[in-house]
Design a protein. Structure first.
Length: 414
């Protein structure tokens, strides 16, 4: 029954996509760009200066009591870590340390990467990478020791996201216990994989009634990404096979848009009213991150899938939803452009990312300033927007946060 639902998937999706197209094509442009500002962003120093505007706007506000990466202090710390790396200014190191103090003090039992302890630990690792200060590494270890068993499968709050943190902690410490923990998470996911012909997928929660998602945040794309990183860290072919089969599942469920790109429903089978989304969490900008990682790992058969994600992202990603955020806005969707640029060195991708970034600015006097009418968070607000500008300043030296770190791996490497 499940397999037949997958095979009928494209037939169900087209009307929803047509509604999406109509919703995205109003008279007023969504997230309008400022071409006159694009040349400003060719200067890395200007990109960093705009990112500092985000950081100072956050510092001017009262801190919250949410410890998470998604909407709280750990996500704010990721921006401050990046600002210190880019500028070496003590104010940003102090700000990062203060945000992490609050995050560690407030974190509870939630083990998730974006929602809980693994994310706080990852923010500590980001600070360690920016500073070399072993105190941050010790805090990351503290976060790891309190991790509970996952109840979800995906990157956002489940085993895949926790596994990304454990892989990164292992890369920093070379401690066997961290790699062993990542392998246990991979095994946990392997036992819950649902085989569909030559593909695999997962229910979001560890029960038989939970939904099956395609996308990076909660579904097969993000889980496959973690398993690929685990395969590279261990040399274990089981995990590589699962990652490739997850990639085939995501590709299989794609529907063509009207310009040779790909779009997806969030769930399989799609629930009634399930909208088509072009954003990091559900859609081509996020799914493309899996395909880019597979291509980077030498799986060239996934390059056409990456190219189709880029077609739709480049056409619709800036204007799909109003706002500049990482989760479903300009900064997050342009992240795929920067990942593809790192893979291909195609200058047009970097130029397009710069143009999109001007949608995050607003005219001020004779120049431009960062639009600061967002909350402070990483996924929905200024911390994520600021970090995207840091990546724009130095795409090679400022990797996308909360992903598997580049570096030497046992049994292979990137």
């Amino acid at each position: 029954m499940f397999s037949s639902h997958v095979l009928l998937f494209a037939r169900w999706g087209l009307p929803a996509f047509l509604l999406f197209q109509l919703a995205a094509s109003g008279d007023e442009e969504v997230n309008p760009v400022h071409p006159a500002a694009a040349d400003l962003l060719r200067d890395p120093a200007r990109c960093v200066a705009f990112a500092e505007e985000a950081g100072r706007a956050i510092l001017a506000r009262s801190p919250g009591d949410d410890p998470s990466v998604y909407s709280g202090e750990a996500g704010v710390a990721i921006l401050h870590d990046g600002l210190y790396r880019a500028t070496r200014k003590k104010e940003w190191l102090d700000a990062a340390r203060a945000a992490l103090d609050r995050a560690v003090a407030a974190m509870g039992d939630d083990p998730g990467l974006y929602s809980g302890r693994a994310g706080v630990g990852q923010a500590c690792l980001e600070a360690f990478g920016a500073t070399g200060d072993g105190a941050f590494l010790a805090r990351a270890r503290e976060c790891a020791k309190g991790l509970l068993e996952p109840k979800a499968t995906g990157v956002l709050r489940g085993a895949a996201g926790i596994g990304i943190f454990r892989l990164n902690l292992h890369a920093a410490t070379r401690a066997k216990e961290d790699l062993d923990a990542a392998v246990r998470l991979g095994d946990w996911l392997a036992t819950r994989a649902i085989a569909v012909d030559r593909t695999v997928c997962w229910r979001e929660l560890d029960d038989e009634t939970s939904r099956i998602y395609n996308g990076f945040a909660q579904g097969a794309a993000g889980i496959g990404y973690f398993l690929l990183g685990l395969a590279e860290a261990t040399g274990d072919g089981r995990f590589l096979d699962l990652a490739e089969r997850a990639g085939r599942f995501v590709a299989r469920n794609a529907m063509p848009d009207d310009r040779d790109g790909w779009i997806w429903h969030r769930t399989v089978p799609p629930i009634e009213g399930d909208a088509i989304r072009v954003q990091w969490c559900h859609g081509p900008p996020g799914n493309g991150l899996l395909f880019a990682a597979l291509v980077r790992a030498g799986r060239e058969q996934f390059r056409p899938a990456l190219e189709r994600c880029l077609v739709t992202t480049r056409r619709l990603g800036r204007t799909a939803r109003a706002g500049g955020c990482q989760c479903h806005g300009v900064a997050g969707n342009a992240g795929l452009l920067l990942e593809a640029y790192a893979l291909t060195r195609e200058e047009a991708l970097l130029a397009e990312a710069r143009l999109w970034a001007t949608a995050l600015l607003e005219p001020k006097g004779d120049g431009f300033a960062l639009a600061t009418g967002y909350d402070s968070s990483y996924m929905l607000g200024l911390a994520g927007i600021g970090h995207f500008l840091l990546r724009l300043a130095d795409p090679a030296g400022t990797p996308l946060p909360l992903m598997v770190a580049d570096g030497p791996r046992e049994g292979g490497g990137r």
